[in-house]
Design a protein around this ligand. Sequence first.
Ligand code: SF4
Ligand code: SF4
Ligand code: FES
Length: 263
Amino acid sequence: MQVRVTVDGRGVRAERHQMLLGLLHSLGVRLPTLCHLDGLSPYGACRLCLVEVARGGGTRVTTACNLPVEDGAVYTTSSPRLSRLRRLAAELHLARCPDEPEVRRVARALGVRRARLRPVGDTCILCGLCERVCREVVGASALGFEGRGTSRALASAYGEVPEECIGCGACSFVCPTGTIRMQEAAVESLRRLPGSERPCRHALTGMMPAALCSMSYQCASCEVDQRLREIVSTHPVLALGRGPEARRLAEYLVTTRRGAGRP
Ligand code: SF4
Ligand code: SF4
Ligand code: FES
């Protein structure tokens, strides 16, 4: 079912319950984001994708990524107030991560060159991308947050590798601040385990049937691992379900199976 809304003075149709950010993207309106990734549930943490919503005689500022469109609503994506609030949010992120390219890129696009605040010594901006990709795409649920308010933090960011972790690296890939980095030694030890102890991560993510493994679960030298990223142009788990990329992946896996002499 469709609804009618107004975006920057232009009347448009949208799917009921569609998130506003998706609608804006389809209209060619790009807002800055640090906690959004297509395919993951919305989170509303970075406070960069702000819009103004006029309805019933009032105007409020809210985040577009987790805002379902409403029939008759009037949305504004650009105003002095929005610019000021976005710059403020960018400054806060920059104070945490003054050297991270993605944060610097977003801040620069908003006209923020440096943060007026002192660095807080923790680069995690609590965007939740790592936790969501691990739970919603990988299905491992190895990550979680603990604490509240200013003491909220990623529980396992600086600790041991969680028991549930399959070493896929998706969390590190999506992290916009470089807080999560895959340590070669830890990855090697995870992948050296035989499949019976820690099942194939590509099979667990649904990317390939476990029977396809042509390496007898010698994960440290996984051939699929080595070539997947260049083939799908993104992290393998994020390519799942995407049309052309998924097809290329399937073709590659068929080729691998033939190469391994399997039926
Ligand atoms: S490496 Fe994969 S399984 Fe492990 S925490 Fe990151 S996303 Fe989850
Ligand atoms: S570790 Fe990275 S991806 Fe995870 S919440 Fe922090 S900034 Fe976001
Ligand atoms: S993208 Fe909307 S709050 Fe981060």
